[in-house]
Design a protein around this ligand. Structure first.
Ligand code: PEP
Ligand code: MG
Length: 584
């Protein structure tokens, strides 16, 4: 049974439709010196025509599916204007005298290698966008028609190497039951699209296109990341039952949308959503998020050829703030560097990028970039309830510097007579161990804390969060992590400020209950996890979680802590969590 990554929940059964990878038959040849001008012209025309194609797709998707789904095509239009990408191709035509098709292919190969070396999965996956744009240029150079998934006569499950945005854009609404792809991860385009279309998807199946015959029946289990090819009658029957259970589970969860995240004994916490693109706020609000607990703004700076202007940023922040109102939106300032980089902004190569010139360190040096973003946040916050959050704060000096810069910007805005929100709260991510240890000192300087457990675990245990070889050491319930979190919460509460958790620990059912017991005030999770986490909180007794947390703080190992928590809580969680609800 092929196993991949469960990218979008749900179960689908139907006929497989194999979407073959597009192969371009490219003739490689050298051009003469006098042909260079003409070849450049041919390339420019192909780029212009690609822009027209993309503009049309964007408009159609906007009309048929919405602004959110169309956003990716704007990003593709930016790639067509990216000087690094375009100049790399024209240089090959001019200097190496390559024909345009070969030049495009070579540039794509170079970009593929560059993206593949990125550590963050979402950055690696972005090559798919560059490849899709390259495909448009090649099709225009070769004068080939675009492949399409429109005009389908029956319901199908798409099986493909990967799905490019132009594929998903051409999909006929209602006919596509789900996706299964060879490549991809939870943040690849096909996964995001499947979640937004609310259809199941399994990605990263490696060679599913080779295993499935066109037209054969497949079962797609988006809950467990499995695909069953040519299932038996019994398997079909079992999955029909599972599908029914899943649908009723979803319906059941949907009834929680407007209910508070409150324990059985009355402890109410705030349950917010993490987003990366402004468009995601709609799903978050639909799922009942009480605001945005983490808006990762890095994406605003990606897939483009220059830094976003103040006005552009205001537009993005305002959109989120207005949609989330009256709830608050915590806008995290640029967390660039480490494994998140942008092509048009040179971050020097470093031996230890995760501990290098990044995030707040970069912003404190490039105050121009920082100031533009802070002005935009302050100005956009007038339209609702925006909050500022600084990433990677390691000590008191940094936060003092930042607060000084913010005060200066406010003063300037006042002098200019530019309207802005005067009392925007400002908080920090607690994701560096030094910050967690001196939480008592930092709590005096800020309005709130948000625990970035992804990085806090990585730095405290010295375990690269994306290195599979040391993944066994990445232990959220390690005594160090529990003690640090406990210290942060106690220090914050002593100073009268609140503490949220926006790292992945907040989406883990068992950890949520421990964090609840430790006294966390706000949880911020992916929009698709909101209701499940709410159900878990609503099923718990706060007093019991507090008692368990106290015992866990005395554990000597992660294993001991985990066993203790599981013994008390696992049975209840299993009844709630989707995967187990559908097991069998
Ligand atoms: C974290 O570190 O936990 C976090 C939420 O930030 P990011 O994953 O963007 O580093
Ligand atoms: Mg982080």
């Amino acid at each position: 049974m092929p196993k991949g990554i469960a990218a979008s929940p749900g179960i689908a059964m139907g006929k497989a439709y194999i979407l073959e990878k597009e192969e371009y038959c490219i003739l490689e040849y050298k051009i003469k010196k006098e042909e260079v001008e003409q070849e450049l012209k041919r390339f420019e025309t192909a780029v212009e025509n690609s822009k027209k194609d993309l503009g049309k797709i964007k408009k159609r998707v906007e009309e048929e599916m919405g602004e959110k789904e169309a956003y990716i095509f704007q990003a593709h239009l930016y790639i067509l204007e990216d000087p690094l990408f375009i100049q790399d191709i024209t240089r090959r035509i001019k200097r190496q005298r390559l024909n345009a098709e070969t030049a495009v292919r070579r540039t794509l190969e170079v970009f593929e290698a560059k993206f593949a070396s990125a550590r963050a999965e979402f950055v690696r996956r972005r090559f798919g966008d560059v490849e899709d744009v390259g495909g448009h240029i090649l099709r225009n150079l070769l004068k080939r028609p675009t492949r399409t998934l429109s005009h389908l006569e029956e319901d199908i499950i798409v099986v493909a190497d990967d799905l490019a945005p132009s594929d998903t854009a051409s999909m006929q609404k209602g006919r596509i039951l789900g996706f299964a792809t060879n490549v991809g991860g939870r943040t690849s385009h096909s996964a995001i699209m499947a979640r937004s279309m609310e259809i199941p998807a399994v990605v990263g199946l490696r060679d599913i296109t080779k295993k499935v015959e066109p037209g054969s029946v497949v079962i797609l289990d988006g809950n467990r990341g499995r695909v069953i090819i040519n299932p038996s009658f019994q398997q079909l029957e079992n999955y029909r039952k599972k599908k029914k259970r899943f649908i009723s589970h979803k319906k059941n969860l949907a009834t929680l949308r407007s209910l508070p995240a409150q324990t059985l004994d009355g402890r109410e916490v705030s349950l917010a959503a993490n987003i990366a693109a402004p468009e995601e706020v709609e799903l978050a609000v639909r799922e009942g998020a009480e605001g945005i607990g983490l808006y990762r703004t890095e994406y605003l700076y990606m897939n483009r050829s220059s830094l976003p202007s103040e006005d552009e940023q205001i537009e993005a922040y305002k959109k989120v703030i207005e949609k989330a109102a009256p709830n608050s939106v915590i806008i995290r300032t640029l967390d660039l560097g480490g494994d998140k980089f942008i092509s048009h902004f040179p971050v020097p190569a470093e031996i230890n990028p995760f501990m290098g010139w990044r995030a707040i360190r970069l912003c404190l040096e490039r105050v121009d970039i920082f100031e533009t973003q802070l002005r935009a946040i302050l100005r956009a916050s007038r339209f609702g309830n925006g909050k500022i959050m600084y990433p990677m704060i390691s000590g008191v000096e940094e936060i003092r510097k930042v607060n000084q810069i913010l005060a200066g910007i406010k003063e300037k805005l006042r002098r200019e007579g530019t309207p802005f929100a005067e009392n925007v709260e400002a908080g920090i991510m607690i994701e560096i161990p030094s910050a967690a240890v001196i939480a008592d000192l930092l709590a005096k300087e800020v309005d709130f804390f948000s625990l970035g457990t992804n990085d806090l675990i990585q730095y405290s245990l010295a375990v690269d969060r994306v290195n599979e070889k040391v993944a066994y050491l990445y232990q959220p319930l390690h005594p160090t992590i529990l003690r640090l979190i406990d210290n942060v919460i106690k220090c914050a509460h002593r100073e009268g400020i609140w503490v949220g958790v926006c790292g992945e620990m907040a989406s883990d059912p068992l950890s949520v209950l421990i964090l609840l017991g430790l006294g966390v005030d706000e949880f911020s999770v992916a929009p698709t996890s909101l209701l499940e986490i709410k159900k878990i909180i609503r099923s718990a007794e706060w007093e019991e979680t507090q008692e368990i947390a106290v015992k866990m703080l005395k554990s000597k190992t992660s294993y001991e802590a985990k066993r203790l928590a599981e013994r008390r809580l696992s049975r209840r969680i299993k009844r709630i969590v989707r995967g187990n609800n559908n097991a069998g």
